[in-house]
Design a protein around this ligand. Sequence first.
Ligand SMILES: Cc1cc2nc3c(=O)[nH]c(=O)nc-3n(C[C@H](O)[C@H](O)[C@H](O)COP(=O)(O)O)c2cc1C
Length: 187
Amino acid sequence: MVYTRVAQENLYKLFHPRPVYIVAAGTPEKHSFMAIAWLSPLSEDPPRIMAAFGKESFTYQLIKEHGVFSVNILDVKEYEFIFKAGTVSGKDVDKEKLLGAKLVYTDTGAPRLEKPEPIAWVEAKVFKILDDVAEDVDLVIADILAAYAKPKLFNERYGWVLKEARIPLHVSGRVFTTISGFYMARG
Ligand SMILES: Cc1cc2nc3c(=O)[nH]c(=O)nc-3n(C[C@H](O)[C@H](O)[C@H](O)COP(=O)(O)O)c2cc1C
């Protein structure tokens, strides 16, 4: 079998497709949201997530300022919205207006998406930020304060109802896919 060495700038593609989310932060006066694929569960006790945020991202600046944010899970049909949220910065424009989105403010203070309508969202509070792990990103570790999902799409016993829930997965660049198979290990 022949293998070719993968160039540094393409290494991330080996780890995709992976779910892509919309992280939102800020206040009614100053807010933003962004696409994020490098976000993962970290622990169950306590429930924590971790995410790599580009140091320059405006959403990340707002997360540092306010300490709370939301992670919104959309249907794959929103791939254009996700791509735009991931290619325009809220530093320069009001992304909510530009993309025709609507943010609402949760009890934890973080905004979440109402439009496009998420299939689930997580509210999170920063626990720790590691700002010396890379040149391009900081690692944000956050506590999950609350999480909500559409019961038709998410089953507390089995997880996502895969026939119905079409989680967007980012392949690379402008390309997205969704879950297309179902395999149950006999164990
Ligand atoms: C599919 C996709 C996935 C992305 N994943 C990440 C990510 O994991 N971390 C990150 O910092 N930026 C990621 N980005 C880039 C940000 O979404 C982008 O820099 C965005 O414009 C930041 O907006 P803001 O400046 O308003 O926060 C991704 C972009 C796309 C299109």
